[in-house]
Design a protein around this ligand. Structure first.
Ligand code: ADP
Ligand code: MG
Length: 301
Protein backbone atom coordinates (compact mmCIF):
# COMPACT_ATOMS: atom_id res chain seq x y z
CA UNK A 1 0.00 0.00 0.00
CA UNK A 2 1.60 3.27 -1.10
CA UNK A 3 -0.72 5.75 0.57
CA UNK A 4 -3.60 5.15 2.94
CA UNK A 5 -5.59 8.04 4.35
CA UNK A 6 -8.29 7.29 6.90
CA UNK A 7 -10.81 9.89 8.07
CA UNK A 8 -8.34 12.77 8.15
CA UNK A 9 -9.64 16.12 9.32
CA UNK A 10 -7.68 19.31 9.78
CA UNK A 11 -8.96 22.37 11.56
CA UNK A 12 -7.28 25.77 11.38
CA UNK A 13 -8.74 27.89 14.18
CA UNK A 14 -12.42 27.15 13.78
CA UNK A 15 -12.29 26.41 10.06
CA UNK A 16 -12.15 22.90 8.59
CA UNK A 17 -9.53 22.67 5.82
CA UNK A 18 -10.10 18.88 5.53
CA UNK A 19 -13.22 17.00 6.54
CA UNK A 20 -13.08 13.27 7.03
CA UNK A 21 -10.87 12.58 4.02
CA UNK A 22 -10.20 8.93 3.11
CA UNK A 23 -8.52 7.37 0.08
CA UNK A 24 -5.99 4.70 -0.84
CA UNK A 25 -3.32 4.38 -3.49
CA UNK A 26 -2.22 0.79 -3.84
CA UNK A 27 0.18 0.53 -6.76
CA UNK A 28 2.59 2.63 -8.75
CA UNK A 29 0.28 4.97 -10.60
CA UNK A 30 -0.16 8.68 -11.18
CA UNK A 31 -3.03 10.05 -9.17
CA UNK A 32 -4.20 13.62 -9.68
CA UNK A 33 -5.49 15.48 -6.63
CA UNK A 34 -7.72 18.01 -8.30
CA UNK A 35 -9.55 20.89 -6.68
CA UNK A 36 -10.00 24.66 -6.85
CA UNK A 37 -7.76 26.98 -4.86
CA UNK A 38 -8.39 26.67 -1.15
CA UNK A 39 -9.88 23.16 -1.43
CA UNK A 40 -7.32 21.64 0.96
CA UNK A 41 -4.83 20.03 -1.43
CA UNK A 42 -1.65 21.48 0.06
CA UNK A 43 -2.92 20.81 3.59
CA UNK A 44 -3.42 17.11 2.74
CA UNK A 45 0.01 16.91 1.14
CA UNK A 46 1.71 18.56 4.12
CA UNK A 47 0.08 15.99 6.40
CA UNK A 48 1.28 13.11 4.19
CA UNK A 49 4.80 14.52 4.10
CA UNK A 50 4.79 14.93 7.92
CA UNK A 51 5.15 18.73 7.81
CA UNK A 52 1.77 19.23 9.44
CA UNK A 53 -0.21 17.08 11.85
CA UNK A 54 -3.83 16.22 11.32
CA UNK A 55 -6.50 17.18 13.85
CA UNK A 56 -8.10 13.76 13.50
CA UNK A 57 -7.57 10.58 11.53
CA UNK A 58 -4.68 8.45 10.35
CA UNK A 59 -2.37 8.46 7.32
CA UNK A 60 0.17 5.85 6.22
CA UNK A 61 2.85 6.12 3.55
CA UNK A 62 4.45 2.86 2.46
CA UNK A 63 2.84 1.32 5.55
CA UNK A 64 4.42 3.85 7.92
CA UNK A 65 2.25 6.04 10.10
CA UNK A 66 3.08 9.69 9.31
CA UNK A 67 2.84 10.61 12.98
CA UNK A 68 4.26 7.71 14.98
CA UNK A 69 6.74 6.50 12.31
CA UNK A 70 7.47 9.81 10.62
CA UNK A 71 11.17 9.10 9.98
CA UNK A 72 10.40 5.97 7.98
CA UNK A 73 7.48 7.68 6.26
CA UNK A 74 9.81 10.53 5.22
CA UNK A 75 12.30 8.08 3.74
CA UNK A 76 9.55 6.73 1.48
CA UNK A 77 8.53 10.15 0.19
CA UNK A 78 9.95 12.60 -2.32
CA UNK A 79 8.21 15.94 -1.91
CA UNK A 80 8.01 18.89 -4.26
CA UNK A 81 6.34 21.65 -2.24
CA UNK A 82 4.00 24.19 -3.83
CA UNK A 83 6.48 27.03 -3.39
CA UNK A 84 9.62 25.07 -4.12
CA UNK A 85 12.29 26.74 -1.98
CA UNK A 86 15.46 26.85 -4.05
CA UNK A 87 18.65 28.71 -3.30
CA UNK A 88 19.08 30.92 -6.33
CA UNK A 89 22.76 31.64 -5.68
CA UNK A 90 23.72 27.96 -5.66
CA UNK A 91 24.75 25.94 -8.68
CA UNK A 92 22.46 22.99 -9.42
CA UNK A 93 25.11 20.45 -8.54
CA UNK A 94 26.07 22.35 -5.40
CA UNK A 95 22.44 22.48 -4.24
CA UNK A 96 21.93 18.76 -4.80
CA UNK A 97 25.23 17.95 -3.11
CA UNK A 98 24.25 20.04 -0.11
CA UNK A 99 21.00 18.09 0.28
CA UNK A 100 22.66 14.74 -0.44
CA UNK A 101 25.11 15.39 2.40
CA UNK A 102 22.36 16.31 4.86
CA UNK A 103 20.62 13.02 4.14
CA UNK A 104 23.79 10.96 3.86
CA UNK A 105 23.21 10.02 0.26
CA UNK A 106 25.99 8.63 -1.89
CA UNK A 107 27.42 11.30 -4.23
CA UNK A 108 27.03 9.22 -7.39
CA UNK A 109 23.28 9.55 -6.99
CA UNK A 110 23.60 13.28 -7.85
CA UNK A 111 24.57 12.49 -11.42
CA UNK A 112 21.81 9.92 -11.65
CA UNK A 113 19.07 12.39 -10.68
CA UNK A 114 20.55 15.08 -12.91
CA UNK A 115 20.31 12.71 -15.84
CA UNK A 116 16.89 11.39 -14.86
CA UNK A 117 15.38 14.86 -14.73
CA UNK A 118 16.95 16.09 -17.97
CA UNK A 119 19.26 18.58 -16.30
CA UNK A 120 22.54 17.37 -17.78
CA UNK A 121 23.06 20.32 -20.13
CA UNK A 122 22.11 22.88 -17.47
CA UNK A 123 23.89 21.15 -14.60
CA UNK A 124 26.62 23.75 -14.23
CA UNK A 125 24.31 26.74 -14.06
CA UNK A 126 23.17 28.65 -11.03
CA UNK A 127 19.57 27.95 -10.03
CA UNK A 128 18.80 31.66 -10.37
CA UNK A 129 19.70 31.50 -14.08
CA UNK A 130 17.16 28.81 -14.82
CA UNK A 131 13.64 29.10 -16.20
CA UNK A 132 10.69 28.05 -14.02
CA UNK A 133 10.49 24.74 -15.90
CA UNK A 134 14.10 23.89 -15.13
CA UNK A 135 13.74 25.03 -11.52
CA UNK A 136 10.92 22.50 -11.21
CA UNK A 137 13.28 19.88 -12.59
CA UNK A 138 15.81 20.79 -9.90
CA UNK A 139 13.03 20.41 -7.32
CA UNK A 140 12.17 17.01 -8.75
CA UNK A 141 15.84 15.98 -8.83
CA UNK A 142 16.06 16.93 -5.17
CA UNK A 143 12.91 14.99 -4.32
CA UNK A 144 14.37 11.93 -6.07
CA UNK A 145 17.78 11.96 -4.35
CA UNK A 146 16.95 9.24 -1.81
CA UNK A 147 15.10 7.21 -4.45
CA UNK A 148 11.71 7.22 -2.70
CA UNK A 149 8.81 4.97 -3.72
CA UNK A 150 6.24 7.73 -3.41
CA UNK A 151 6.40 11.19 -4.97
CA UNK A 152 4.16 13.93 -3.63
CA UNK A 153 4.12 16.89 -5.99
CA UNK A 154 2.18 20.01 -5.06
CA UNK A 155 1.09 21.85 -8.23
CA UNK A 156 4.18 20.80 -10.20
CA UNK A 157 2.99 22.36 -13.46
CA UNK A 158 1.47 25.62 -12.24
CA UNK A 159 3.03 28.70 -13.81
CA UNK A 160 4.86 26.89 -16.61
CA UNK A 161 4.69 27.99 -20.24
CA UNK A 162 3.37 25.48 -22.81
CA UNK A 163 6.79 24.09 -23.74
CA UNK A 164 7.92 23.72 -20.15
CA UNK A 165 4.58 22.10 -19.40
CA UNK A 166 5.15 19.40 -21.98
CA UNK A 167 8.64 18.70 -20.62
CA UNK A 168 7.53 18.39 -17.00
CA UNK A 169 4.47 16.30 -17.89
CA UNK A 170 6.65 13.88 -19.85
CA UNK A 171 9.09 13.63 -16.98
CA UNK A 172 6.33 13.01 -14.40
CA UNK A 173 4.79 10.32 -16.61
CA UNK A 174 8.16 8.61 -16.87
CA UNK A 175 8.61 8.72 -13.09
CA UNK A 176 5.10 7.32 -12.68
CA UNK A 177 6.06 4.13 -14.49
CA UNK A 178 7.94 2.98 -11.39
CA UNK A 179 6.76 5.16 -8.56
CA UNK A 180 3.50 6.21 -7.01
CA UNK A 181 2.96 9.83 -7.95
CA UNK A 182 0.39 11.86 -6.06
CA UNK A 183 0.20 15.31 -7.65
CA UNK A 184 -2.09 18.22 -7.03
CA UNK A 185 -3.47 20.66 -9.55
CA UNK A 186 -6.37 23.05 -9.95
CA UNK A 187 -6.29 22.55 -13.72
CA UNK A 188 -8.41 19.72 -15.05
CA UNK A 189 -6.39 19.36 -18.27
CA UNK A 190 -3.30 18.45 -16.24
CA UNK A 191 -5.14 15.42 -14.90
CA UNK A 192 -6.19 14.37 -18.38
CA UNK A 193 -2.63 14.79 -19.64
CA UNK A 194 -0.84 12.85 -16.93
CA UNK A 195 -2.97 10.85 -14.56
CA UNK A 196 -4.33 7.31 -14.32
CA UNK A 197 -6.79 8.30 -11.64
CA UNK A 198 -8.33 11.46 -10.23
CA UNK A 199 -9.39 12.33 -6.71
CA UNK A 200 -11.42 15.54 -6.68
CA UNK A 201 -11.51 17.61 -3.50
CA UNK A 202 -13.82 20.50 -2.87
CA UNK A 203 -14.01 22.56 0.30
CA UNK A 204 -12.06 19.93 2.27
CA UNK A 205 -14.15 16.96 1.14
CA UNK A 206 -13.50 14.24 -1.43
CA UNK A 207 -16.24 14.44 -4.04
CA UNK A 208 -14.93 11.96 -6.63
CA UNK A 209 -12.33 9.17 -6.82
CA UNK A 210 -12.20 7.45 -10.19
CA UNK A 211 -9.92 5.97 -12.84
CA UNK A 212 -9.61 8.17 -15.93
CA UNK A 213 -10.42 5.15 -18.04
CA UNK A 214 -13.78 4.90 -16.30
CA UNK A 215 -14.45 8.59 -16.87
CA UNK A 216 -13.59 8.30 -20.53
CA UNK A 217 -16.09 5.52 -20.98
CA UNK A 218 -18.80 8.14 -21.40
CA UNK A 219 -20.96 7.58 -24.44
CA UNK A 220 -20.23 10.85 -26.19
CA UNK A 221 -17.33 12.68 -27.71
CA UNK A 222 -16.75 16.02 -29.40
CA UNK A 223 -14.36 16.43 -32.31
CA UNK A 224 -13.29 19.92 -33.33
CA UNK A 225 -12.46 20.23 -36.99
CA UNK A 226 -11.42 23.22 -39.06
CA UNK A 227 -11.76 23.20 -42.84
CA UNK A 228 -10.31 25.72 -45.24
CA UNK A 229 -13.77 26.59 -46.49
CA UNK A 230 -17.42 26.56 -45.39
CA UNK A 231 -19.05 23.11 -45.39
CA UNK A 232 -22.81 22.59 -45.19
CA UNK A 233 -24.06 21.10 -41.91
CA UNK A 234 -26.22 18.59 -43.76
CA UNK A 235 -23.18 17.40 -45.67
CA UNK A 236 -21.13 16.82 -42.50
CA UNK A 237 -24.01 14.91 -40.96
CA UNK A 238 -23.26 12.10 -43.40
CA UNK A 239 -20.29 11.13 -41.17
CA UNK A 240 -21.39 8.08 -39.14
CA UNK A 241 -22.67 8.53 -35.57
CA UNK A 242 -23.01 12.32 -35.68
CA UNK A 243 -25.44 13.43 -33.01
CA UNK A 244 -25.11 17.15 -33.31
CA UNK A 245 -22.88 19.73 -34.89
CA UNK A 246 -22.16 23.37 -34.49
CA UNK A 247 -20.28 25.86 -36.63
CA UNK A 248 -18.52 27.64 -33.71
CA UNK A 249 -16.67 30.26 -35.78
CA UNK A 250 -15.31 30.77 -39.29
CA UNK A 251 -14.82 27.28 -40.73
CA UNK A 252 -14.51 25.54 -37.34
CA UNK A 253 -17.09 22.87 -36.47
CA UNK A 254 -17.69 21.01 -33.22
CA UNK A 255 -19.13 17.62 -34.01
CA UNK A 256 -20.71 15.58 -31.21
CA UNK A 257 -20.68 11.83 -31.80
CA UNK A 258 -22.81 9.22 -30.08
CA UNK A 259 -19.76 7.11 -29.23
CA UNK A 260 -16.67 7.39 -27.07
CA UNK A 261 -14.56 5.71 -29.76
CA UNK A 262 -12.06 8.15 -31.28
CA UNK A 263 -13.82 9.42 -34.44
CA UNK A 264 -11.01 11.61 -35.76
CA UNK A 265 -9.91 9.06 -38.34
CA UNK A 266 -13.50 8.83 -39.63
CA UNK A 267 -13.63 12.62 -39.97
CA UNK A 268 -10.31 12.54 -41.76
CA UNK A 269 -11.45 9.78 -44.16
CA UNK A 270 -14.67 11.66 -44.84
CA UNK A 271 -12.75 14.85 -45.63
CA UNK A 272 -10.35 12.98 -47.87
CA UNK A 273 -13.12 11.19 -49.78
CA UNK A 274 -14.91 14.48 -50.37
CA UNK A 275 -11.90 16.63 -51.23
CA UNK A 276 -12.20 18.77 -48.13
CA UNK A 277 -9.02 20.22 -46.65
CA UNK A 278 -8.57 19.91 -42.88
CA UNK A 279 -6.59 22.65 -41.11
CA UNK A 280 -7.00 21.22 -37.60
CA UNK A 281 -8.57 18.15 -36.05
CA UNK A 282 -8.83 17.65 -32.28
CA UNK A 283 -10.75 15.64 -29.76
CA UNK A 284 -12.40 17.71 -27.07
CA UNK A 285 -12.83 15.75 -23.88
CA UNK A 286 -15.72 17.28 -22.04
CA UNK A 287 -16.61 14.64 -19.47
CA UNK A 288 -14.04 15.50 -16.80
CA UNK A 289 -14.36 19.21 -17.46
CA UNK A 290 -18.11 19.29 -16.88
CA UNK A 291 -17.79 16.91 -13.93
CA UNK A 292 -15.18 19.14 -12.32
CA UNK A 293 -17.34 22.23 -12.74
CA UNK A 294 -20.41 20.52 -11.37
CA UNK A 295 -18.57 19.04 -8.36
CA UNK A 296 -16.56 22.05 -7.27
CA UNK A 297 -17.07 25.63 -6.23
CA UNK A 298 -14.25 28.12 -6.24
CA UNK A 299 -13.80 30.05 -3.02
CA UNK A 300 -12.60 33.00 -5.09
CA UNK A 301 -16.04 33.50 -6.60
P1 ADP B 1 -5.21 24.33 -1.76
O1 ADP B 1 -3.83 23.83 -1.69
O2 ADP B 1 -6.20 23.35 -2.27
O3 ADP B 1 -5.30 25.64 -2.49
P2 ADP B 1 -4.88 24.73 1.12
O4 ADP B 1 -4.68 23.38 1.69
O5 ADP B 1 -3.70 25.59 0.96
O6 ADP B 1 -5.71 24.62 -0.25
O7 ADP B 1 -5.93 25.50 2.04
C1 ADP B 1 -7.16 24.95 2.46
C2 ADP B 1 -7.89 25.95 3.36
O8 ADP B 1 -7.19 26.08 4.58
C3 ADP B 1 -8.01 27.34 2.78
O9 ADP B 1 -9.27 27.86 3.13
C4 ADP B 1 -6.89 28.08 3.42
O10 ADP B 1 -7.18 29.45 3.54
C5 ADP B 1 -6.81 27.44 4.79
N1 ADP B 1 -5.44 27.45 5.35
C6 ADP B 1 -4.34 26.91 4.79
N2 ADP B 1 -3.26 27.06 5.58
C7 ADP B 1 -3.69 27.73 6.68
C8 ADP B 1 -3.06 28.19 7.87
N3 ADP B 1 -1.75 27.97 8.10
N4 ADP B 1 -3.83 28.83 8.76
C9 ADP B 1 -5.13 29.03 8.56
N5 ADP B 1 -5.81 28.62 7.47
C10 ADP B 1 -5.09 27.98 6.53
MG1 MG C 1 -2.11 24.54 -2.57
Amino acid sequence: MSIKVENISKVYGNQYALKNVSFEIKKPEIVGFLGPNGAGKSTMMKILTTYLSATEGKALVNGFNVTSQHKNAQKSIGYLPEHNPLYLELYIREYLKFNAEIYNIDKHRINEVIELTGLTIEANKKIGQLSKGFRQRVGLANALLHNPDVLILDEPTTGLDPNQLIGIRTLIKKLGEEKTVFLSTHIMQEVEAMCDRVIIINDGEIVLDKALEELRKGDEQIVVVEFDYRVEDAFLKQIPKVKHLENTHDFVYEITFTTSKDMRSKVFDFAHDNDLKILQLNQKNTSLESLFTSLTTSKDQ
